[in-house]
Design a binder for this molecule. Structure first.
Ligand code: ZN
Length: 271
């Protein structure tokens, strides 16, 4: 048989086979190409914004700040330490802040540096003495704390891992006037977040720089996280955040349609 004839024969047999398959609807084992999964509808990115956080036990100064910043419809998260020493008046003011929509969170029972404490006494002792009693004491007074900020920003991954059993979010700290693109102070859909300091004694204390971060957040759908301490009119000591600066940040946020989030709000965001 010539090569040409052989080709004709193969073609003929193929045609017959196809005819039989089609005519009798014979199923074949030829795998069908998988149906492409429906593309998940991409969620709209959340509204860019900022998280203002304040640490320690300066309830009176925060109460004053609330009065001054209410017209801006601001929102903050207050990380509390040394709660067992709070007076009745301080507790009432903290309740007032909570009632005004702020988030009340934890910062250690005795404000121990977590890394140093763990090195000396171990992780179990840290949780037993710094976390559990704080949560219990505050819970008893109606403060269900859901997040935590490390005193001195001192943290490590073992601590994060352990404390995330007790809290939804843990806040560390970050420093320096880095390019907005290189900053670490944005919410990145993670449960460990980093705030940038806005007290007057920090090296990066600079309203224009803070505004540049907010603008970057606006353009890239991000949320900036700041932290301060004692909110005062005239900041001239360590750990003081000028209320004037906060007013300017609040006004700038409003102008640029940046939303105020509490730390607790972050878990409601789709990611
Ligand atoms: Zn502190």
């Amino acid at each position: 048989m010539t090569k040409k004839k052989l080709l004709y024969l193969i073609s003929f047999i193929s045609l017959i086979v196809i005819f039989i398959l089609v005519a009798f609807d014979v199923s074949t084992d030829v795998p069908v190409s998988p149906v492409a999964p429906k593309k998940l509808k991409k969620e709209e990115p959340y509204q860019p914004g900022l998280v203002l956080t304040f640490d320690d036990d300066y309830v009176e100064t925060w109460y004053n700040a609330e009065k001054e910043l209410r017209p801006y419809n601001w929102k903050a998260t207050f990380f509390i330490c040394k709660y067992s020493a709070f007076t009745k008046d301080q507790k009432e003011k903290l309740h007032y802040l909570q009632k005004m929509g702020h988030d009340i969170a934890g910062h250690g029972y005795n404000h121990e540096n977590a890394v140093k404490y763990v090195a000396k006494y171990g992780l179990d002792a840290y949780v037993k003495n710094e976390i559990i009693p704080l949560k219990e004491a505050m819970q008893k007074d109606g403060f269900d704390i859901k997040s935590f900020a490390y005193p001195d920003g001192a943290r490590n991954s073992a601590l994060d891992k352990r404390l995330l059993n007790y809290f939804d979010f843990i806040r560390g700290t970050t420093y320096g006037e880095l390019y907005p693109k290189s900053q670490y102070c944005y919410y990145e859909d993670k449960r460990v977040i980093y705030g940038l300091g806005i007290d007057d004694d920090y090296e990066q204390f600079n309203l224009e720089y803070y505004k540049s971060l907010l603008l970057y957040a606006k353009e890239h759908n991000k949320i900036v996280i700041f932290y301060g301490h004692k909110t005062v009119d005239n900041a001239d000591e360590r750990l003081e955040t000028p209320i004037g600066l906060l007013k300017q940040l609040c006004a700038f946020a409003a102008e640029n349609k940046l939303k105020f989030y509490s730390v607790d709000d972050l878990k409601k965001l789709k990611n």
